[in-house]
Design a protein around this ligand. Structure first.
Ligand SMILES: *Cc1c(COP(=O)(O)O)cnc(C)c1O
Length: 353
């Protein structure tokens, strides 16, 4: 048995999961109290009058191939957000357990923990936004069940040192799960850690179709981990979590032809990211553009309020991240189309190159 399972809440380990209607597509369905006719204007392939297949085998197989793991190591859910929520609910007892985060980082880890009543332990990234693995390790008391790391990190844009992350996973082996959120890894030109789950039974990698694959509205993400962790989480994910339309959109996006289109989008974003960074750095309003391995830039402005307003004047919405630790004068800017990026540079008083 994976020793990490012993960290799960005892109630979850003992839980009798909901027995959803069995999936036997070769038979006609008189077992799920569905209507036998489609709703008007239902043009879906599956028929929305039918409950969807839980953890659809076709989609799971495509995701497993995409991420280079076995299908049993993939849990599909409504975005990484659902995976984060499931992890916290499965491993943290309210009022007793804790998650560890490294701010400034993605806000959902702390929100999911607080909803569950878990404590949030903070170990800030260093001033260059690199991971302080020693500090994380010493802050990992017995109450810490999950360590959330994000690479490339949102909102700072940098990759974490993957060998430091893996060493940390090794050091925490049976004590805590290390959850590595790779929502933006496609833009980094760096390898994903999904292949490392074989060697690290306490490593969980989060991937999503929301960013590089352009499917934020479909809500589909994947949790990649040791089979026994995935099996545990399959017991608590809502029985028909993935809507049929989401499954159809995701499967269609993961064909070889569509993946080739995705690759060109990623390449365009990477080129535009460098052009935008250079253009921003050349304006006198910008103090610093942080290097980015993602599809956004963290930018420190002389007067961030003025920059946000100037962008609004050009009908462009930027993300104000000034309230986050260490980001007092920073704004997060998503790389847009070449036209949008040019419009932004003009609004900020820069010369598009
Ligand atoms: C956008 C983002 C996600 C993706 O969340 P989904 O629920 O999959 O849309 C996950 N993690 C981080 C850090 C993000 O910025």
């Amino acid at each position: 048995m994976n020793p990490v399972l012993a960290l799960a809440r005892p109630e979850i380990l003992a839980l009798e999961p909901y027995g959803h209607a069995s999936w036997e597509p070769e038979l006609e369905r008189l077992h799920a109290n569905e209507l036998p006719w489609r709703a008007p204007a239902d043009h879906s392939a599956a028929g929305l009058n039918r409950y969807p297949e839980p953890q659809p085998r076709g989609l799971i197989a495509q995701l497993a191939a995409l991420y280079g793991v076995r299908p049993g190591c993939v849990l599909a859910g409504r975005g990484s957000d659902e995976a984060i929520d499931l992890l916290v609910r499965a491993f943290c007892r309210a009022g007793q357990d804790a998650v560890l985060i490294c701010p400034p980082t993605f806000g959902m880890y702390a929100v999911a923990a607080r909803i569950q009543g878990a404590t949030v332990v903070e170990v800030p990234l260093r001033t260059d936004f690199s991971l302080d693995a020693d500090a994380v390790l010493s802050a990992c008391g017995p109450q810490v069940k999950l360590v959330f790391l994000c690479s490339p990190n949102n909102p700072t844009g940098n990759l974490l040192d993957v060998s430091a992350v893996l060493d940390l996973a090794g050091a925490l082996a049976a004590r805590a799960l290390v959850v590595l959120d790779e929502a933006y890894i496609e833009f980094a030109g760096a390898p994903s850690a999904t292949v490392e789950i074989e060697r690290h039974p306490n490593l969980v990698v989060l991937r999503t179709l929301s960013k590089a694959h352009g499917l934020a509205g479909a809500r589909c993400g994947a949790l990649i981990a040791h089979e026994e962790i995935v099996a545990l989480l399959r017991r608590i994910i809502p029985p028909y979590a993935l809507p049929a339309l989401t499954v159809e959109a995701a499967c269609a996006a993961l064909t070889p032809a569509q993946l080739a289109v995705t690759a060109t989008h990623v390449e365009t974003v990477r080129c535009e990211r460098e052009r935008l960074a250079t253009g921003l750095a050349a304006t006198n309003q910008v103090l610093r553009v942080w290097p980015s391995a993602s599809n956004f830039l963290l930018v420190e402005f002389r007067d961030p309020g003025r920059a946000l307003a100037a962008a609004r004047g050009a009908r462009l919405l930027l993300r104000d991240v000034r309230s986050q630790r260490g980001l007092a004068r920073c704004v997060r800017i998503t790389v847009g189309t070449p036209e949008q990026n040019m419009r932004l540079l003009r609004a900020l008083g820069g010369e598009p190159s």
